[in-house]
Structure formats: C-alpha cells, structure tokens
Design a protein around this ligand. Structure first.
Ligand SMILES: Nc1ncnc2c1ncn2[C@@H]1O[C@H](COP(=O)(O)OP(=O)(O)O)[C@@H](O)[C@H]1O
Ligand SMILES: [Mg+2]
Length: 113
C-alpha cells in the first residue's frame, strides 16, 4: 500500500521479473535474479509467478478454455493433466458453459475471474 507515485507498480514489476533494476539484490528461491541469464529467469518466472493485471490481458483471439490453458502450456503440463486442471477451473468459477466463447463475449466481471 502507498500513495500514488510511491513505487507500488515498479516494485511489483520487479518482483514479477517483468522489469529489471539498477541497484540492490533480488533473491528468489535462492537464486540471485539479477545474475541469471534471460532464459533462466524466464524459466523461473513461468514456473513460479502469476500476475493478475488490473487490465485483464486476456488473449482476444483465444477462447476462455484456451486462455486458461495457455500458462499451463508454458509450464509444459501434459495433455491429460492440463485438461483436468482447465476443467476444474471452469467448474470452480461456474463458467463451463462459456468455455468456447471469446473474451469480448464475456462481461467485465467474468473476464476478471
Ligand atoms: N525504487 C525506485 N527508485 C527510483 N525510482 C522509482 C522507484 N520506484 C518507483 N520509481 C519511479 O517512481 C515513479 C512512480 O512509480 P510507480 O511504480 O508508478 O508508483 P505507483 O504504482 O505506486 O503509483 C515512476 O516514474 C517510477 O519509475
Ligand atoms: Mg501504479
């Protein structure tokens, strides 16, 4: 928490490894993040960090099902396990019937879930 301009977004972008920084050290799971190569940092990021953006950043060209599935593809979760995880999420958020719709066909609240 902090007033506008105090650095909240900047800090979150650094923690989320979306932005770099000039001074200091950032250790994540015993790794010194600023010393990692881009590729290693990307691996760490996609395995452990998730971001819920204020502007939803759903992928317009993908269906609800595919939007949920995308981070699991990046994490190399296998087909059957992936299907089960997506089905579970759809079920939990009561949007099974919406799975083949595109983001533009959802209400704001449904996009946020
Ligand atoms: N640790 C920091 N050192 C130097 N500049 C910073 C630091 N954190 C934020 N800033 C700068 O301060 C400004 C406001 O930061 P921002 O993260 O957008 O604040 P907030 O999200 O809290 O409103 C930006 O120009 C950002 O680059
Ligand atoms: Mg901000």
């Amino acid at each position: 928490m902090g007033p506008s301009g105090s650095g909240k977004s900047t800090l979150l972008n650094v923690i989320g490894m979306l932005d770099g920084f000039n001074e200091g050290e950032y250790r994540f799971l015993d790794e010194s993040v600023q010393q990692l190569k881009e590729k290693q940092r990307t691996n760490l990021y996609k395995q452990h960090i998730g971001f819920v953006f204020q502007a939803y950043h759903l992928i317009d060209e993908l269906t609800v099902y595919e939007n949920i599935e995308t981070p699991l593809l990046y994490q190399n979760v296998k087909g059957s396990e992936r299907k089960a995880m997506v089905a579970d999420i759809l079920d939990r958020f009561n949007i099974v019937a919406k799975k083949d719709l595109f983001p533009a066909q959802l209400s704001g609240g449904q996009q946020h879930w």
